[in-house]
Each structure stands twice: as structure tokens, then as C-alpha cells.
Design a protein around this ligand. Structure first.
Ligand code: PRP
Length: 479
């Protein structure tokens, strides 16, 4: 059975090059692809920026309940396709092969028998996939498969176009200026729906992006009531926050809607006791996120911060790892911790509370470049005697390395038993003087960051997270 490949490819290329939105283009491609290879349904999926979930960008011939059967986990749902292989499942009823199918029951309910999955590859990297579904077991010819690979190539161009839009949205930087990021890009924003059902959802999505919290929009529809002809009532919560395994439904201030939503949430909890769901109004957002360890995004505190680089939870987790390592390395010893004021205060405080050793914290202060002093001077010396002691220098950030280089020489001259360095952040790309770092929290790129002790003009030190400043403020100088 051979398909009418050429007219289909012509149609697919044309629609891909149109001014339609991504979803409309995706649906149209899915329809052409399914019909050409005689499938009953098709789904086009792109990996989200953190590469953990597959998000539908186009579908044909599949019910809403099927499309929203739950978040499609890239590691659980036909993972071989993401390894770059074409996957063919002749009969999903065959239990032996269902181990690679995340929702076999839903597939059967939809009446699906065979699935053919083809990877979408961009620059040698899999960025998504096309899945064709059939009701009866069906073989696909070699021509069908190579046709779908060509469709996948067109989808890869769409993916590129979508990424370009995102860059334009964020302010394009030339390749020369661009530094390879070591932190994840903004979460799912690249796959945000073009139109949210309500403006408050767009606002909530922005807040989640600010905190770099991965979100999926309406990935699951929960049947709440069944009638003679199947599902009679469904509830699709607005967001799924994977890190917290939490579904979120937003409410507006309309009391009638709140009552209705409360009823649905209650019913959902009864029917699906394992599901974590919250009904939130605008005032609840920030409180919820603060509770989950993202700090309180009070407007006065975060004005000027573009997004969170490391949340309070991530910081605490990393500090505990560093403290464990240090405690093991110095087991049985007493340790003098030396911090250089003022940026180090938050890190020093958290670190010493997590060390399982006797420690003596001490602080120094030095004159900084740009102050009245012409040469660097110690403006506050250590209170303790460090000769013959094990000393660990603690820094919030090492940038050019000049501060540390100076202080290390000063401390070495006092003959400690040993001298090592622990810095929470390492901005290696800006290094001018090579300094030995024994314990590093995170290596970061050349962004202007504030919070967790780091300041800009004396402000922002008390933010419970590390944030990146807006570009305009960067020019005025900060770490
Ligand atoms: C920061 C930080 C380090 C120093 C590192 O201090 O606390 O001590 O910069 O930079 P370098 O590697 O380029 O020498 P800052 O000058 O911001 O003063 P502060 O600690 O009082 O904020």
C-alpha cells in the first residue's frame, strides 16, 4: 500500500512556511502525515527545553481525553525513539512490548492497535517525534518510513523557527556574544501555548519562568463522571509542575466559578487520591512558591531581578553536599573558617550549620577597588590565631581571583597547618589570577547575579535565592 507522498510533502512544506500559529501548522502536518500512510491518528511531539517531557504541538484523529492522558515522560514513553530509532509496535495488546508504553490502557481505550514512532532530529540531536496510530495492526512500508522521516525533517525546521522566536523574544545575541549556558534555559516557555485560556494563566506562567520551574499546560484531563456514552464530565487542571508533582488550577475572583471549581477539585481528590492538586488565586501563588522553597517574590525585593538562577532549595541542597564533603575530609580535626566580608555571610552561616565538626568562624574585611584606598588593605583582621590550625577560606564568589589571591598570601604567611578554599560560586570565565579551589558550589557563566549575600550597590543581599539582574542594570555594575 503506497501513499501519495509528493502532494503530501508539498502541502506540509507549504503550511510550515505559512504565518499560522505553531499549533495550527502542527495539526495540519499531523493530518497529512496520518492520511498519507493510512493511519487513523497522528501526534507531533517536541521535547520541552529540559528534555524531560514530550509536549504535543500537533495532532489528528485522537480524542481530547487521549491527548491529555497525562504528562508524557521522555524516559517512559517509547524512549527508543528519543535514542534516534524508528520504533514500530505491531500490537500494543501484546503485554511483552508494553513496557515502553507509558499509558497502555488509555491507548487501548482509544482503540489503538499499532504505533509507528519516528524521531525528529536537529543537528544530530533528537528534539521530538512523530507518532502514527492505527486501529488495526498495520505494516508500514519502507517508503512510508522514509516519507515520515522527511516530514520529521520539516518538523525540525519548525522547531528551529520556534527557538528563533524565543531568542528574538529574549533579545537576540550573536553567536560570538553567546556563552554556552551551564544552567538550564528558561523552562517550558518555548512551548507555551500561543493563547492561554485566561490572562491570569499567562501571568502565572511568567512567575514560574521567573523561578525556572518547569511547567506543562493542561497535560491531563481527569474524567469525573461517566454516562452511557462514556465520559460525561472531565476536569483539566491548568498546570502541572513536575518538580513538585503538583497540578494547579487557577481561580479568578468570580464566586460562582470558584464554587464550581471547588466541587471539581473535591471530586478529583475523591476519585484520584494519589493526585496532588491545588486551587490557587493570585495571592496564593507566591505563598505557595515560598512554601516550596523558592523564596518570597515580594515585588520590592525582586525589582530588577530577571529570573532566579538558583532557588533557595537548590542552594540548601548544594550547601549540604559541600558540608558533607568537608566534614569527611576534616574528620577528627578542628577547623577555622575564614570569610571575607560582606558577601560571604549567607553562605558562611549555612555552611557552618551543616558541618559536623568543631569550627571557629572568623571574618576579615579588605578595602575594595574603587574605595578611597589606593592599594588593597586589611580593614578588619582575624580575631583568632591561625598558626598551626587547619584553615578553610570561605568565599561567596570567585571572579577575577584577585581578592582570594591577596588574602591567601596573607594567611599563608601566618603558617596555618593547612589552607584550603571553598567558594559557593565560581565565575571561572572571568579569571585573571589562577587560584586553587578545593570545594565549589556551582560554576556560573558571566551573568550579573545578586542575592544570597551578593549585592548591587549594597542591595539585594537578603534575597533567599540567587538571581540574574536585568540587562540594563548589569551595565551599572554588579557581581
Ligand atoms: C566579592 C566576593 C569576593 C570578591 C571576588 O566581594 O565577596 O570577595 O568579590 O571577586 P574577585 O575574584 O574579582 O576578587 P565584593 O567586592 O563584591 O564585596 P562584598 O563581599 O562586600 O560584596
Amino acid at each position: 500500500m503506497s501513499g501519495n507522498y509528493y502532494p503530501a510533502l508539498k502541502q506540509i512544506s507549504k503550511v510550515s512556511n505559512s504565518a499560522f500559529g505553531l499549533r495550527k501548522i502542527g495539526n495540519s502536518i499531523a493530518k497529512s502525515a496520518a492520511k498519507t500512510v493510512h493511519g487513523q491518528g497522528c501526534r507531533i511531539l517536541f521535547l520541552n527545553p529540559l528534555k524531560r517531557y514530550l509536549v504535543t504541538v500537533g495532532a489528528y484523529g485522537l480524542s481530547d481525553l487521549f491527548l491529555r492522558k497525562g504528562p508524557l515522560d521522555a524516559r517512559k514513553s517509547l524512549p527508543d525513539i528519543l535514542d534516534g530509532r524508528i520504533v514500530y509496535i505491531a500490537d500494543i495488546a501484546d503485554i511483552a512490548v508494553t513496557h515502553g508504553i507509558q499509558y497502555p490502557e488509555e491507548d487501548r481505550d482509544q482503540g489503538i492497535s499499532s504505533i509507528l514512532g519516528v524521531p525528529i532530529t536537529k543537528n544530530g540531536e533528537v528534539v521530538g517525534e512523530i507518532r502514527i496510530y492505527t486501529r488495526e495492526p498495520q505494516e508500514f512500508s519502507e517508503s512510508d518510513r522514509s516519507f515520515l522521516l522527511s516530514v520529521a525533517d520539516i518538523c525540525a525546521l519548525l522547531f528551529e523557527k520556534m527557538e528563533l522566536y524565543r531568542l528574538l523574544e529574549k533579545g537576540y545575541k550573536s553567536d560570538k556574544e553567546r556563552i554556552e549556558p551551564q544552567v538550564p534555559q528558561l523552562p517550558t516557555s518555548a512551548l507555551r501555548p500561543t493563547n492561554f485560556a485566561h490572562p491570569s494563566e499567562g501571568e502565572f506562567a511568567k512567575l514560574l519562568d521567573f523561578y525556572r520551574i518547569e511547567w506543562l499546560y493542561e497535560p491531563r484531563a481527569f474524567p469525573l463522571r461517566w454516562g452511557k456514552n462514556g465520559v460525561a464530565e472531565m476536569f483539566t487542571p491548568d498546570f502541572y509542575l513536575s518538580e513538585m508533582d503538583l497540578y494547579v488550577e487557577l481561580t479568578t475572583l468570580k464566586q460562582s466559578l470558584i464554587t464550581e471549581k471547588n466541587r471539581k477539585v473535591r471530586r478529583l481528590r475523591e476519585l484520584y487520591p494519589g493526585i496532588n492538586i491545588k486551587l490557587l488565586n493570585k495571592n496564593d501563588y507566591t505563598r505557595l512558591l515560598a512554601k516550596y522553597g523558592y523564596g518570597f517574590a515580594g515585588e520590592a525585593k525582586t525589582e530588577g531581578v530577571e529570573h532566579v538562577l538558583y532557588s533557595h532549595t537548590q542552594i540548601q541542597r548544594r550547601v549540604r553536599v559541600l558540608a558533607k564533603r568537608i566534614s569527611q575530609d576534616y574528620a577528627g580535626e578542628k577547623l577555622v573558617l575564614v570569610g571575607i566580608l560582606k558577601g560571604v555571610v549567607c553562605f558562611m552561616s549555612d555552611l557552618m550549620q551543616n558541618l559536623s565538626l568543631p569550627v571557629i568562624p572568623d571574618f576579615m574585611a579588605i578595602s575594595r577597588y574603587g574605595s578611597d584606598a589606593h592599594v588593597v588593605q586589611i580593614t578588619k583582621d582575624l580575631d583568632s590565631t591561625i598558626t598551626g590550625q587547619h584553615v578553610l577560606m570561605v568565599e561567596d564568589i570567585v571572579d577575577t581571583g584577585m581578592t582570594l589571591n591577596y588574602v591567601l598570601k596573607y594567611i599563608s604567611a601566618r603558617n596555618p597547618a593547612s589552607l584550603r578554599v571553598c567558594t559557593f560560586l565560581d565565575k571561572r570565565v572571568r579569571r585573571l589570577v589562577d587560584v586553587p579551589l578545593d570545594y565549589v558550589g556551582f560554576e556560573i557563566t558571566d551573568e550579573f547575579i545578586v542575592g544570597y549575600g551578593l549585592d548591587r550597590g549594597g542591595e539585594y543581599r537578603n534575597l533567599p535565592f540567587i538571581g540574574v539582574l536585568h540587562q540594563e542594570l548589569m551595565k551599572e555594575g554588579a557581581k
